[in-house]
Structure formats: C-alpha cells, structure tokens
Unconditional design. Sequence first.
Length: 275
Amino acid sequence: MFDQIIKNFVSIKQDFAKNYSGNAHIQEVIPASTSDQFPLEESHLEHIHKFAEKNPIYFNSFEEKILGIDCVVYEGDINDYWLNSIKHGTSCQPFYPTWIFSAYLMVLIAKKLGYQELIDIGSGDGRIAFCGKFLGFTSHSIEIDDGLVELQKLICNDIEQNFDPVCDDALEFDYSKFQLKSPVFFIGGLPQMGGDMLATSIIDKINSIDNLKKSTGIVFAGTHSKRQLSGNLSDGGWSSLIQNHNLQVIKTVSLPTVWTFDQTSETPYIYTKFN
C-alpha cells in the first residue's frame, strides 16, 4: 500500500505540473486530508501543512482538486536563499528543496527500515529533519548557510518543533558528539555537483566512529538526467561511490522535488547500508 501512495502522489504532481497556469518561482502540492488514495495519519498531514504555512518561502496557497483528490497548492520564492546558498566554497548544491510531502514519505521509509536518528546534511529549510522530528526520530539538521539556519530557527519557533538546526560545514563536523546508535544520513547534494565529495567525507567520519557503520544508513539524492550525468545513469549517478565504499542499495524511490517540477521523471532517492 505504501508503494501505491507514492505512485498516487507522483501522478498528482505530473498532472498538476502539466496543467499549472501560475507563475510562481516554486510551487508544490500536499494532499488536503487523508483519503483512500492517502490513508495516512491525519496528524501527520496537519504537521506538514503547518510547516508550509509557517515557512516564509511560501507567499500563497489555494485549494485545488487534482485527479479527483482535494489538495493544497503552495506557491513561493527561494531566489534570495538560493543566491546566499551558493556563496560558500564547500557548498555542494544550491538551495533547491524536495517537496515537503516527498520529505515526509522519504522519512517514513527510513522509519520502516528501523533507523532511530536522522541527520540531514545540507538541510536547506530543514524539512527532512522536521519530518523526522514528528515521526519520532532524534533529528539533527546540518546546514552551512547561516541565512537558511536562521530560517530553520524561525520555523522551529513558529511550529514549536525543534529539529536541531546547526550552522556548520558538514565536511568538518564532529558527528561523534551526537552519540549515534542507529542513524540514517540524508545527503543533500547531487553527485555531479560535489555531492560525491560530501558523501565521501561523511562515510569517512562514519568509519572513524567505532562500529557505527554496522547500523548506519545513507540516503543519496540522484538524478535521471542524461545531460547532468553524462551517461552515468546507474543508481542516480551514485554507482561508483556505492561500489567504492562497499555499500548495498536496499531501496530506491523517485519523488517530486523543486528541480524536477518541469520534468517527466522525478528525483531518485537511493537508500543504502554498509555491507
């Protein structure tokens, strides 16, 4: 049933993108309530909508029926945050968020896989860490851009959920201070945009903590774009790193993101663990 929920959501996104007539810089869709197509906990949807309503990047919202399902469309603008996010020398990707409902589904998968702590690397406005928080994870949000961290703190205050935003360089951060037992790391960076360097650093740090890799998962954001990957389409562009670090792919799911809004394929998220 969970895989069907994902298919239903992707269908909604594809239909919405095809028929959208607005001109907002970014836009995304969240189901308005639980239904046969989205048999979720109502409180979870309430949390997700509250995050969008309290997030300053969104300036408008309206209800719309898409494929017969009541939804809420949120429109926003991330230009200023995007510009600030590219000023850091070690930043692996400008601020282009996954959709909030996609973040929720991604974290639900991690929960089903049995992880207890969530570390969101390159967390943007903190939506993945936020979903981890209300789904029962011990969440940590690592973001190098101070403007985005201030945005996260503002959201934390307004929604009364602290998903631990930390302004730091993920390449230099000491993860041993979190006293991790069974963590999942979400890597916010495509492989061809420096994400491979970021992921290698995180893996090295995991290896430096005694026995941690036995219980650790890593989720990579990939792409299906031939233009971006120059022909290396396997595992969303992460196949070489996965092989070089002896990782095992345990699940791949494709979900809507801001950067794939006008594309017919979604963003693949590759869930891995150490062999």
